[in-house]
Design a protein around this ligand. Structure first.
Ligand code: 4AD
Ligand code: MG
Length: 460
């Protein structure tokens, strides 16, 4: 069907005034006055609707004034200059073809429909303004990420989704098996001997380990793909399937990776400010007051950096009663992170040099013997959006830590090989894509940043 995108029509309406146009889309709302029927109409290519103005006095087809919300139409008509201040033009229809009627039981009737309700209809919710805006913004943000890395000499690599290793060592791997549900074997070895891969396999929690192998050949790489975690966290910021961006850089240390992460966050934030002003304005109006100023601040101001040990001091001295204990050696809980971001710094903050025992096996040990060269980027309202570290590039030290943690060396031989053949200092990070979207839009629940959210006990 030859027709024009509504976003194109809105962007360059001067070119179309007094010309015939064909548009396709869905009815958003209908308002009738005595003489006129106004139809708000959109095809999802942009935030702004077009207004179709049906003049009732000209003996027009009466059905043109009675379309229900959600009806799919093809409209041929003329774009004419509008007298209404809100829009520069409107469409005077000459021919309307109903492509798909939308009966009364269409669930998206009311204008304000709660996000909770919309989660029960994931196949339809993209048609609401909120999700329409979210998915366009998600797409633009993904594009910005590629643009940032591609213009900085990074190679985009595709790491496997099915792996034999648990990168984070947290035991949150979804198993991949073709064994029948009732398969019973005397030992694990016998079970896996009959299984598809002849060994234990799972969905990747992170592309990092394979990413490192590529960085040791291409110097600067990034991944951008889905990762999976069987985490029983019923919070608004945990999903079982989420997308991660994982750059890995050879000949780099923790400071270099903090600089890279800062530049990337600023670049992609600026990108959406410039390229998605209507979506940002929408989220500001309905979800977070002051959103635009917040985003500008991310672009313009410096991020804070604080040592984990200093952060513990700050928390202890705060005089606050936290539900979880604050003590050197313990991980920071959400409430602690929130205190640092929302009350102390009020901007993004890198917490660096965590105790080694609460972090992953691959992190570079600091000379103090107690901490690792790792950092989390915490942001107001969301908490951790990036986990980063310099990697242990010393074969013996890495081998010792892996032995201490009881890891199966056979599964990680390739990883140790990197430290054997031309090892080099290197560092990387993982940005949680959906958490970044929460931060950029002010949407409070990760389930509303991804089309089909998967969380513990929920697969709609
Ligand atoms: O801190 P994480 O676990 O770090 C890694 O996976 C490293 N291998 C990254 C690297 O160095 N290449 O996860 C990285 C980020 C977190 O900061 C968070 O933003 C996001 O991934 N994330 C989640 N997002 C949604 N749901 C979950 N269950 C998440 N778990 C982590
Ligand atoms: Mg982390």
């Amino acid at each position: 069907m030859k027709h024009i995108d509504i976003s194109e029509l809105n962007a360059h309406c001067e070119d179309y005034i007094d010309k015939d146009v064909v548009i396709c889309g869905w009815v958003k709302s209908v308002r009738n006055s005595k003489q006129t029927c106004f139809i708000d109409f959109n095809d999802g290519t942009g935030m702004k609707n077009v207004q179709i103005v049906v003049d009732k006095s000209e003996g027009t087809d009466e059905s043109w004034t009675k379309f229900s919300i959600g009806t799919a139409l093809m409209i041929k008509g003329k774009a004419v200059a509008s007298f209404n201040e809100k829009q520069r033009f409107e469409i005077k229809p000459e021919q309307i073809t109903v492509l798909g009627a939308c009966p009364e039981d269409y669930p998206l009737q009311k204008k304000a429909t709660s996000l909770e309700f919309l989660r029960t209809v994931p196949h339809l919710r993209a048609r609401t303004n909120t999700f329409n805006a979210m998915f366009r913004l998600r797409s633009k943000l993904a594009y910005a990420i590629h643009e940032f890395f591609q213009t900085n000499n990074f190679t985009y690599v595709h790491t496997p989704l099915i792996t034999g290793s648990d990168c984070e060592g947290a035991g949150e791997v979804f198993r991949v098996t073709t064994q029948p549900a009732n398969a019973v074997y005397p030992t694990e070895d016998e079970y896996f001997a009959e299984d598809f891969f002849k060994r234990r396999a799972g969905l990747t929690v992170s592309g990092q380990l394979e990413g490192e192998t590529m960085a040791m050949a291409l110097s600067k790489i990034y991944t951008f793909g889905p990762t999976f975690r069987a985490e029983l966290s019923y919070t608004a910021r945990h999903a079982a399937e989420f997308w991660q961006i994982e750059p890995e850089v050879a000949f780099a240390d923790l400071d270099d990776i903090i600089e890279l992460a800062t530049n990337m966050i600023k670049y992609i934030t600026n990108y959406v400010l410039v390229n998605c002003p209507e979506e940002i304005a929408f989220f500001e109006q309905f979800y977070e007051k002051g959103l635009t100023a917040k985003l500008r601040n991310i672009v313009d101001s410096e991020f804070a950096v604080i040592d984990y040990s200093e952060a513990i001091d700050l928390l202890v001295k705060s005089g606050r009663e936290f539900s979880y204990p604050v003590e050197w050696g313990l991980d920071l809980q959400t409430e602690h992170e929130r205190y640092l971001t929302d009350e102390v710094f009020r901007r993004p903050v890198f917490v660096i040099n965590y105790p080694k025992d609460i972090k992953a096996f691959y992190m570079k040990q600091n000379p103090d013997g107690k901490t690792v060269a790792a950092t989390d980027l915490l942001v107001p309202g969301v908490g951790e959006i990036i986990g980063a570290s310099q990697r242990e590039d010393d074969y013996d030290k890495l081998y010792a830590v892996m032995t201490e943690r009881g890891m199966t060396m056979d599964d990680y031989k390739y990883y140790l090989d990197l430290r054997k053949f031309g090892t080099a200092p290197h560092a990387g990070y993982g940005l949680g894509f959906e958490r970044m979207l929460m931060y950029i839009t002010g949407i409070g629940n990760i389930r509303d940043t991804i089309a089909y959210p998967r969380t513990a006990g929920y697969l709609a």
